[in-house]
Design a protein around this ligand. Structure first.
Ligand code: IDP
Ligand code: MG
Length: 153
């Protein structure tokens, strides 16, 4: 099992899409093991987007991520990092494939609805950044045996 971080960005919150996006993850069979709303600040955004702090669009990106609280989610499943990244789609919503979240809900390179961790290592770092110890809750998924073959879990 892997656990990955998803952020429902202000572009999702403001457009009233929280429920629709959470529904996609539940429908796929990902287990929600952590979820909360939080208001991001510059310090956490500089860490979270450390690979982008020197880009000219960073101030605009940071402002967009502070526009409303975000919903932080920890999602668990077999190969959850790759599965969720695939569901998220290409960064630029205009280029993202239909059927992905960004390809279905976004026309923007920046206001692209969701963040998803891009590797197992980054998922661990990002989950620790957004969730305190004890906020990720492991519990038995009642239907796990119907969602996976017995040799997959
Ligand atoms: P990702 O979210 O698909 O992993 P990253 O390259 O890690 O893409 O960029 C993080 C976020 O920064 C993107 O989701 C998007 O909101 C924003 N971003 C990336 N590139 C640009 C850009 O060229 N202009 C404006 N915003 C950008
Ligand atoms: Mg990224």
């Amino acid at each position: 099992m892997e656990t990955t971080l998803v952020l429902l960005k202000p572009s999702c919150v403001n457009r009233g899409l929280i429920g629709q996006i959470i529904n996609r993850f539940e429908r796929r069979g990902l287990q929600i093991v952590g979820m909360k709303m939080m208001q991001l600040d510059d310090a956490i955004l500089r860490d979270h987007y450390s690979h982008l702090v020197d880009k000219p669009f960073f101030p605009s990106l940071a402002a967009s991520m502070k526009a409303t609280p975000v919903v932080a989610m920890a999602l668990q499943g077999v190969e959850a990092v790759t599965v969720v990244r695939g569901m998220t789609g290409y960064t630029n919503g205009r280029k993202a494939d239909p059927g992905t979240i960004r390809g279905d809900y976004s026309m923007s390179n920046q206001q692209n609805i969701v963040h998803a961790s891009d590797s197992i290592d980054n998922a661990a770092v990002e989950l620790a950044r957004f969730f305190k110890p004890g906020e990720i809750l492991n519990y038995k998924h009642a239907l796990a045996e119907y969602m996976y073959g017995s040799d997959e879990i």
